[in-house]
Design a protein around this ligand. Structure first.
Ligand SMILES: *[C@@H]1O[C@H](CO)[C@@H](O)[C@H](O)[C@H]1NC(C)=O
Ligand SMILES: *[C@@H]1O[C@H](CO)[C@@H](O)[C@H](O)[C@H]1NC(C)=O
Ligand SMILES: *[C@@H]1O[C@H](CO)[C@@H](O)[C@H](O)[C@H]1NC(C)=O
Length: 532
C-alpha cells in the first residue's frame, strides 16, 4: 500500500505524492543484498514511503555491512536526479532508517554537511539553479540544531555562489566557489577569435558581514591552454567553454588555498596573500616528482581535494572517468603524501570500489574521525566505507546499479557526522489503517534525534465552551501505552477501550518530554470502535 488511504488523505494535507515505480517495494526501511534491487525490480528509484511524510526518500540496498560502520554518526545525502520528484537534503542512520528529510523551495540541493561556526554545529547546503552548465547559481544555507535557517550566504561583489564547495574555516570565514562568464582571446587553444569561457573564482567571505576578504580568479593566474579537455565548438555562439571547472577549496595553516580543477586535472596551490600560484600537481603543468611510478599524480576529473595528516598529505576522489571517457581508468579514493620542499608525491593509499563502480561526475572523499574513509560516488548512487588500509567495511547503493551513469538518482557528495536535532515543528501523527485494515496511530517527528519512546495518551473530552463563549481546555490526558522508537515512523496499535481523543508524546532517554502531537479525534473514524 502506498501512502494514506484515499478517504483520510484530506486530513493529511501534504500527503500523496505520486511516484512512477513499476512494482510496489516491500516494507521495511532497507534492502539487504537484494539482487532484484540492482535490476530495477522495485523501479529506478526504490523509496521508503511514510504515511506521515509528504515525499519519498531513497531506500538503500545494503550490500555489505559491518558493526564498525554502525557508529553514532549519521549519513548525509542530498539525493536528486531524473527520478527524484523532490530534490532533498536527507539524513539516515547506518541501517538506512530515515532521520530527517527536507526539500528547499523545490530547488536543487547539493553538498549537505555538518560544519562548526562559533562552537555551534550547523547543517549547511547549497540550493539554486544547476542548469547553467555543470555548475550552479544559488545560495548557501546554514540551519541550526532546530532546523531553523540561521544564515543565507551569498557570493560577494555581485556574483552568484556556485554549488561545488562551502567550507567554514576555523577562523569563522567561509570559502566558496563561483563561476562567471568572461570573454578571452581563444588563440592559445587554436581559435582565431575571442569568445566566452567560464572563469572560476574563489572567495573567502566574512560570515558576519557577507564581505569578501579574498577573491581569486583562475583566468587571472593560469593559462586556458593548461586545460586537458578540448574546446570543440565551445567558445562560439554564446556557449562559454568550461576550461577550469573548480570543484573544491581547502585552506591550510599557512593561509594558502588548495583548489581542485576538474579540467586541468590538477590541484592548484595558491598564495593566500597575493594569489600567486605556488605549485600545480597533476595535469599538463604538473610540478611534482611522482614516487609512485606516475600513479600519484595521474588523477583525472577529480573532486574534493583536502589536506590531511597535518598538511603532509592530500586526499581526493579520483573520478578517473568522465562522460566521454568512461573506460579510461577505475574511480578511486586517493591519499597522496606530499613533500612541498622537494615537490614530490607518493601514494599512501588507494580505495577501489568492490563492484568497480565508477563516478563519472561529482563524488566525495571523507576521512572519518576513526580513520575510516567514506567515498560517495556522485553520479552513481553508491557510497562505500573502508578501513584505512583499504579493506571494504560497508557498501551501500541508494538506487539500482543498472541505472548508474544515467543520473536518475545521485548525490553530489556523501558524508557522515554526529548530529543532534530538535525540530521546532510538532510530531506528526495520524490515524490510519494498516495493510491488514487495523486502525493505528502513525507518528514521526522529522529530524528529532533524541526520541527514546512514544507515549500514546488518551482523554475523554478535549474542551468545552464556557458562559462567555470561550473555549476552555480542561483535558485530563492519561497514558495508554508506550512504544520504543526504532524506525522513522512508529505505528501504535489501538485498543477498543481507548477514549475518543488521542495524542502522542515524545520522550528522551531521561524521560523528559520533547514534544506533544496534535489531538486526534478518534470518533471521526467510523470503523474504529473507540469509545469513552
Ligand atoms: C599504476 O596503477 C595501475 C592500475 O592500478 C597498475 O596496474 C600499475 O601497476 C601501477 N603502477 C605502479 C608503478 O605502481
Ligand atoms: C472563559 O474562559 C476564558 C479562557 O479560559 C477565561 O478567561 C474566562 O474568564 C472564562 N469565563 C468564565 C465566565 O468562566
Ligand atoms: C470528533 O468526531 C466526531 C465524529 O465524526 C464529530 O461528531 C465531532 O464533532 C468531532 N469533534 C471535534 C471537536 O471535531
Amino acid at each position: 500500500m502506498r501512502g494514506p488511504s484515499p478517504w483520510i488523505a484530506g486530513l493529511v494535507a501534504s500527503s500523496g505524492v505520486a511516484s512512477a515505480a513499476v512494482v510496489s517495494p516491500p516494507g521495511g526501511h532497507a534492502f539487504y543484498n537484494d539482487y532484484g534491487y540492482e535490476k530495477e525490480a522495485y523501479g529506478m528509484h526504490p523509496y521508503q514511503a511514510h504515511r506521515t511524510l509528504s515525499h519519498d526518500v531513497p531506500k538503500f540496498n545494503i550490500l555489505q555491512s559491518n558493526a564498525e560502520c554502525a557508529t553514532s554518526m549519521y549519513t548525509f545525502l542530498a539525493p536528486r536526479g531524473k527520478q527524484m520528484l523532490t530534490p532533498q537534503a536527507t539524513i539516515f542512520d547506518s541501517d538506512g532508517r530515515l532521520v530527517w528529510t527536507s526539500g528547499y523551495e523545490r530547488q536543487q540541493l547539493y553538498d549537505l554537511k555538518v560544519q562548526t561556526y562559533k562552537d555551534e554545529k550547523y547543517l549547511t547546503f547549497w540550493s539554486g539553479d544547476d542548469t547553467v552548465g555543470g555548475h550552479g547559481a544559488g545560495t548557501i544555507h546554514m540551519f541550526d540544531k532546530n532546523y531553523k535557517e540561521f544564515k543565507k550566504i551569498r557570493a560577494a561583489n555581485g556574483k552568484d555562489a556556485d554549488l561545488h564547495d562551502f567550507v567554514i574555516t576555523p577562523e569563522g570565514t567561509a570559502l566558496i566557489t563561483i563561476y562567471a562568464r568572461r570573454d578571452v582571446d581563444l588563440s592559445p587553444v587554436g581559435k582565431t577569435f575571442s569568445g566566452p569561457v567560464w572563469d572560476c573564482y574563489i572567495q573567502e567571505i566574512d560570515i558576519e558581514t557577507g564581505a569578501a576578504i579574498f577573491e581569486w580568479s583562475a583566468l587571472d593566474h593560469l593559462k586556458i591552454s593548461s586545460a586537458m579537455n578540448e574546446i570543440g565548438t565551445d567558445g562560439e555562439n554564446d556557449v562559454p567553454w568550461d576550461w577550469f571547472h573548480i570543484n573544491s577549496i581547502d585552506k591550510d595553516n599557512r593561509g594558502n588555498y588548495l583548489v581542485s580543477s576538474r579540467f586541468l586535472q590538477a590541484l592548484v596551490y595558491i598564495d593566500g596573500g597575493n594569489g600567486d600560484v605556488l605549485w600545480i600537481m597533476g595535469g599538463k603543468d604538473n610540478m611534482f616528482i611522482d614516487r609512485s611510478g606516475g600513479n600519484a599524480t595521474n588523477f583525472a576529473y577529480q573532486h574534493d581535494a583536502r589536506w590531511a595528516d597535518d598538511y603532509t598529505a592530500i586526499t581526493l576522489f579520483d573520478n578517473a572517468v568522465d562522460d566521454m571517457h568512461l573506460e579510461r581508468a577505475l574511480t578511486r579514493g586517493l591519499k597522496i603524501r606530499v613533500d612541498q620542499t622537494t615537490l614530490s608525491a607518493e601514494i599512501v593509499a588507494e580505495y577501489f570500489n568492490p563492484r568497480k563502480i565508477i563516478g563519472k561526475s561529482q563524488g566525495s572523499y571523507q576521512t572519518l574521525p576513526n580513520g575510516h574513509v567514506l567515498l560517495g560516488y556522485g553520479d552513481s548512487a553508491a557510497f562505500t566505507e573502508y578501513a584505512a588500509d583499504g579493506t571494504v567495511l560497508c557498501d551501500v547503493h541508494f538506487a539500482p546499479e543498472s541505472r548508474y551513469t544515467f543520473s536518475d538518482v545521485m548525490s553530489y557528495r556523501v558524508h557522515k557526522y554526529e548530529w543532534h536535532g530538535w525540530p521546532l515543528t510538532l510530531p506528526v501523527s495520524i490515524l490510519d489503517q494498516s495493510e491488514d485494515r487495523e486502525w493505528k496511530v502513525y507518528v514521526s517527528w522529522n529530524g528529532a534525534t533524541e526520541i527514546k519512546e512514544w507515549i500514546l495518551e488518551g482523554a475523554k473530552d478535549l474542551t468545552w465552551t464556557n458562559e462567555t463563549g470561550q473555549i476552555v481546555d480542561t483535558t485530563e490526558w492519561k497514558k495508554l501505552t508506550t512504544k520504543t522508537k526504532v524506525d522513522f515512523e512508529t505505528a501504535i496499535d489501538l485498543q477498543y477501550h481507548y477514549p475518543a481523543w488521542l495524542r502522542v508524546v515524545a520522550k528522551d532517554a531521561g524521560g523528559n518530554v520533547l514534544g506533544v502531537g496534535e489531538s486526534l479525534n478518534g470518533t471521526a473514524f467510523g470503523q474504529v470502535s473507540l469509545h469513552d
